[in-house]
Design a protein around this ligand. Sequence first.
Ligand code: PEP
Length: 249
Amino acid sequence: MRTKMVAGNWKMNMTLQEGVALATELKDKITNPSCQVVIGTPFIHLATISQLLKGTPIQLAAENCADKEKGAFTGEVSAAMVASTGAQYCILGHSERRAYYNETTDILREKVLLALANGLKPIFCIGEIKEEREANIQNEVVKTQLEESLFNLSEQEFRNITLAYEPVWAIGTGLTATPQQAQEMHAYIRSVIAKKYGQETADDTTILYGGSCNEKNAAELFANPDVDGGLIGGASLVADKFLAIIAAR
Ligand code: PEP
């Protein structure tokens, strides 16, 4: 049985104090969740929130890590540094990083390898932009993203990957993929994994949906057999909304 998960992505929101307040509220209210709960926070929150979440069912993710191991890369944060905070996961390949920071599939391949080498579990984002959906080439786009950044991994390494299908046209826009669009893509992604790594690994891979998923549409999206949960941006910043999404899983 694959892991069901709801993961938050705070992006570049929350001061340290605000983040601690939100994490404290989540910690107090999430005692026995029906799925794995992860919160993805800015780097500066990780060490403090990791301590706060000790002994709770909530796990912690960074939103990025460097594509280099260590050294003279001013301002970067390595996978080893992330792991040293106690975080368990690392969100990689988010469309905002691909679009605004020119993260190519080659760079992402390096980041995934470094995350895994340091014991972090990548939550790897894939998804097409609006023009690609309109041209009906979303399947090819997503397959290429998988092949170029992940399919160098051994089957054992790949089993540490959580995928997040995030149609870029749905992120932060209020537009959501229909439950049918999400299910079709998730089933397709699973079939691509099955061809590469076999059916058992495909069946064990957690595939999240992300893109304007909120407390109103989560249950309908999560009801699909291949949608294992959500990667939640905006709605993860408000405790009650995030809790409602977790309850929908
Ligand atoms: C995201 O950034 O991963 C995301 C899904 O954002 P939102 O939920 O705000 O669309």
